[in-house]
Write a protein that binds this ligand. Structure first.
Ligand code: FMN
Length: 321
């Protein structure tokens, strides 16, 4: 029996043609339960994601594969999909989820200007050479490498190639992480984007060009009916006048929808305080990190942090279908 107030949560839903038995989504938090080396789809990863499916989730978004390849091998516990030879292993993971009647998406998340959890040999990259000094975020003092147009095009190709392979491995859809201060957000935000080319901050067409080209290329290669969900910031806090505003987020949402994006996952982002972006409760414990009066008024603090982002989702939902 479903308690009345949770009726909607337990009602079916659809993302594109993918049917969800309910609206509980396991988000793409990194577990690092994979093995390093050639065969990364570990028994532990299959058991974990299989258990989430068995537990009744409506959708599982599996954590990202390594997007910044080539990386130093040592210690990297993300799975690989940069070659066809990995498809077979990865299909064991999707089978472990499907077995329990749950669809599986996967997130593609390129760290961009973030320093690695591992000592990666891939350089930190971004739209521009902006640095962020913070005791909370995984940024470093030296500026990230500014992507050239050729490198952007190579990345579009990489995202599309990876998308083809994950669909062949049985994933039902894809979530592209354009939130936080990861690679794709650095193009959307005037704080991060100081370019003077066709990917620069001068127009919204320019700022969204990278992500929209990725979406179009994937739709072209994998098919219109392979759902793409975009994880985006509904607001960027703490970046001053140049921070990504709610109005900008609305415009971007509309453009993503027009390009065929099937679903949006909206977050807030606190520049220099990544944890605060999505774990609002942790802002309050053991005590607030910043004075309560400085908390952004756009969010809802009435429940001590829980559901603080709901106003952002409401605002986007009003703009898109
Ligand atoms: C250790 C850890 C790693 C995470 N990694 C990711 C990630 O790679 N991609 C992502 O979109 N979210 C990531 N998240 C955020 C979660 O997906 C989720 O948004 C967050 O935990 C808030 O949801 P909750 O309140 O249901 O826990 C991570 C969270 C944690 C705690």
């Amino acid at each position: 029996m479903v308690v009345k107030r949770y009726e909607k949560l337990f009602s079916p839903f659809k993302i594109g043609n993918v049917a969800l038995r309910n609206r509980i989504v396991k988000t793409a938090a990194q577990t690092y339960f994979f093995d390093s080396g050639e065969h990364r789809i570990s028994e532990r990863a299959k058991a974990f994601y299989g258990a989430c499916a068995k537990g009744g989730a409506g959708l599982i978004v599996v954590e990202t594969p390594a997007m910044e390849w080539p990386l130093a091998e040592e210690g990297d516990r993300r799975f690989r999909i940069d070659d066809d030879k990995y498809i077979k292993d990865v299909s064991e993971l999707t089978a472990a989820i499907h077995k329990h009647g749950c669809p599986a998406f996967v997130q593609f998340y390129h760290r961009g200007p973030w320093g690695g959890v591992y000592h990666t040999i891939a350089p930190r990259v971004a739209a521009s050479a902006v640095t962020l000094k913070s005791e909370f975020d995984v940024h470093e003092d030296d500026p990230p490498h500014v992507l050239t147009i050729d490198e952007i095009e190579e990345l579009i190709e990489r995202y599309a190639g990876y998308a083809v392979r994950v669909s062949q491995a049985g994933f039902d859809g894809l979530e592209i992480n354009a939130g936080a201060d990861h690679l794709l957000h650095t193009f959307l935000s005037r704080f991060w984007n100081k370019r003077d080319d066709q990917y620069g901050p001068q127009t919204m067409e320019n700022r969204t060009r990278f992500i929209l080209n990725i979406v179009r290329e994937i739709k072209k290669r994998v098919g219109e009916d392979f759902p793409i969900q975009i994880l985006m910031n509904g607001i960027e806090i703490g970046a001053g006048e140049e921070g990504f505003t709610m109005e900008e987020a609305r415009t971007v949402a509309k453009m993503l929808e027009a390009a065929g994006v099937d679903s949006l996952h909206v977050r807030s982002h606190w520049c220099g305080m990544h944890q605060g972006s999505y774990l609002h409760d942790c802002l309050f414990y053991p005590e607030p990190h910043i004075p309560i009066e400085d908390f952004p008024k756009e969010l809802d603090w009435s429940r001590g942090g829980a559901l603080a982002n709901v106003p952002l989702a409401v605002m986007i939902k009003k703009r898109v279908v």
